[in-house]
Design a protein around this ligand. Structure first.
Ligand SMILES: C[S@@+](CC[C@H](N)C(=O)[O-])C[C@H]1O[C@@H](n2cnc3c(N)ncnc32)[C@H](O)[C@@H]1O
Length: 276
């Protein structure tokens, strides 16, 4: 691992995540009749918009049973388990953070998806995967931790099959205003590499993929944080929520991200690209 990757993995490492999730999940199971994969969505879909955003991205990925999907920076694997359950695809996830991979694989076994979803510890910049092995690649809120976007999309382009589709749902720069830290992905700017849509477009096209669309989702972001704030004021943190993965300064991170979006500095953006 590079020095930056070590710091990024340390940022996400909690040390007691399995126990925290199991405790919250037990409380959820007592009050919820939702399917287990859906009960976990509040904590294991660590991106702006949570499950509804995952659904929005997946609807655009042309998924069908039997297709092979790579989820880059899969975290706890929530998006991977959702795709496997809803669309019948087979998903490999890779992530830098060992604890996320271990806890994610345990959750996958617990919900009975061990034959459809496999998570591996690896860097997105050095995928331990062969060329042209995946029909689809997804990336949810990962590029903000990766400075070298050319290397990132070169690796993704290498493992994608010709004709395959890439969906990137990252937080991107949409204005020049200064960013307030900490945010969910970084304590300060030393491990934050938020880039403009144009930089993504350039890096993706250098990897011989053609960008089909780039859609900022500012309103989705603002509504997500407003709902989270209202729910917190009304009933406190839910049994399974992003406060578990964001740690003790979760409240400050949420406030900063909402402010950064409101002032027009950043927005979640959905980009789709196809390998020729
Ligand atoms: C905000 S979380 C999103 C996790 C997941 N995609 C989701 O939406 O739930 C960012 C994730 O990116 C991973 N990550 C950051 N840099 C990475 C890299 N160079 N290679 C692989 N994973 C990386 C982190 O370990 C973390 O799990």
């Amino acid at each position: 691992m590079t020095a930056t990757e070590t710091r990024v993995a340390e940022h996400y490492t909690n040390g007691a995540l399995q126990a925290a999730i199991e405790a919250g999940w037990a409380k959820m199971q007592a009050v919820s009749e939702a399917a287990p994969v859906d009960q976990l969505a509040g904590v294991d879909e660590f991106h702006i918009g949570g499950r509804p955003a995952t659904e929005m991205v997946c609807e655009r990925m042309e998924l069908a049973p039997g297709l092979k999907v790579l989820d880059v920076g899969c975290g706890l694997g929530g998006s991977a388990r959702f795709m496997a359950t809803r669309y019948g695809v087979d998903v490999e996830g890779i992530d830098l953070t060992q604890e996320y991979v271990e806890v994610g694989n345990a959750l996958t076994r617990e919900v009975g998806l061990g034959d459809k979803v496999r998570l591996l510890r690896a860097s997105a910049l050095n995928l331990p995967l062969g060329d042209c092995g995946f029909d689809r690649v997804s990336q949810f809120h990962v590029g903000m931790n990766i400075e070298d976007k050319d290397a990132l999309f070169a690796e993704i382009g290498r493992v994608l099959k010709p004709g395959g589709l890439l969906a990137v749902y990252d937080v991107m720069r949409v204005g020049d205003e200064t960013l307030d830290y900490p945010v969910a992905w970084a304590q300060d700017e030393s491990t934050s590499f938020v880039a403009p849509v144009a930089a993504y477009r350039e890096a993706i096209e250098k990897a011989d993929l053609s960008v089909q669309s780039a859609e900022p989702k500012k309103e989705l972001g603002l509504e997500f944080f407003a709902r989270m704030k209202a729910r917190m004021a009304e009933s406190g943190p839910p049994p399974l929520g992003l406060h578990i993965v964001m740690g003790k300064d979760a409240g400050v991170k949420v406030a900063n991200m909402a402010a950064n979006i409101a002032k027009g500095a950043i927005a979640p953006v959905l980009m789709l690209a196809r390998k020729g």
